[in-house]
Design a protein around this ligand. Structure first.
Ligand code: DAK
Length: 258
């Protein structure tokens, strides 16, 4: 692991911890950082020794947004050619669950990146917001849609129109953040949660993630179809047989991910 990398990855005991590592720019999400992040997520998604990902930043910032300096001179065609949206969507499309562990600023694209994850844990230093309005634009990586679904249209509208930031506690009260911890315990708490999920049958975890994601992205009818499909598919796995047999035999199941 070299300190010059913009994204650091460590894998142990089925958990990959991906750390954004551009502290001097408060982890501003430059195109280069995003490329490294996507490569790291892709690698974890296809690595059988990874079942759960933790995405985190540093003590001052999870990420203070997309890199404003790299965006100033952009144009609609440059944005189109860069395939920026397709790249960001790769995070959303990871089959394995991603826990965002947020300390410090999660602003603009940083807040959107956290919302592309599946569970958000925060330290008491975290601040969330979509301040794009202050620099003449609006959220462009899902903020207007995901924040609205996460915290409701009226709160989301206020945050997006004012650019105001909210504390970790407010974010938890709004339902964006699942738990708030003292900054020093956030890494261990994120790992504890990741380890619990990693102990569950991995294919069922992935199918559950997929189905829950649809709840926010489609109609009830379509979502119920996806749930049915995923439920049926799991009866093709060894872990379903093992889980149900272990219950009947009153023993602890051993899940293999098959
Ligand atoms: N971009 C570039 N550099 C940034 C940055 C950012 N977003 N945020 C901070 N930095 C840099 C600062 O320029 C400074 O660098 P130097 O001047 O030292 O070289 C360094 O980080 C430390 O920042 P400050 O000196 O400003 O530190 P403070 O503690 O005083 O203030 C702050 C912290 C977080 C309140 C402040 O830095 C700030 O307001 N940052 C900007 C926050 C922001 O507006 N974020 C939203 C950016 S727009 C899309 C994908 C993504 C996006 C859009 C579309 N598609 C897929 C289509 C996302 C857009 C955005 O995120």
């Amino acid at each position: 692991m070299s300190d010059e990398r913009l994204v650091l990855t460590e894998v142990s005991e089925y958990i990959a911890t991906i750390t954004l590592n551009r502290p001097k720019a408060l982890n501003a999400l430059s195109p280069e950082l995003m490329d490294e992040l996507i490569a790291a997520v892709n690698a974890c998604d296809s690595d059988d020794s990874v079942r759960v990902l933790i995405l985190t930043g540093g003590p001052r910032a999870f990420a203070a947004g997309a890199d404003i300096k790299a965006m100033i001179e952009s144009s609609p065609m440059k944005l189109h050619v860069s395939q920026i949206i397709a790249k960001w969507n790769r995070i959303r499309d990871c089959r394995k669950p991603i826990i965002a562990a947020v300390s410090g600023y999660a602003l603009g694209g940083g807040c959107e990146l956290a919302m592309m994850c599946d569970i958000i844990l925060a330290s008491d230093t975290a601040k969330f917001g979509q301040p794009e309005i202050n620099i003449g634009v609006i959220p462009g990586a899902g903020g207007t849609q995901r924040l609205t679904r996460a915290i409701g249209p009226y709160r989301a509208m206020e945050l997006i129109l004012t650019g105001d930031l909210i504390s970790a506690q407010e974010a938890a009260a709004y339902g964006l953040v699942s738990h708030v911890y003292p900054a020093e315990s956030l890494p261990s708490e994120a790992r504890r949660l990741a380890a619990k999920i990693a102990s569950r049958p991995p294919l069922a975890v992935q199918m559950a993630k997929d189905a829950v994601r649809y709840a926010a992205e489609t109609t009830l009818r379509e979502g119920l179809e996806i749930e049915k499909r995923n439920f049926y598919m799991l009866f093709d796995t060894q872990d379903q047989k093992e889980g149900m047999r272990a219950f009947v035999e009153k023993r602890t199941p051993t899940f293999t991910g098959e």
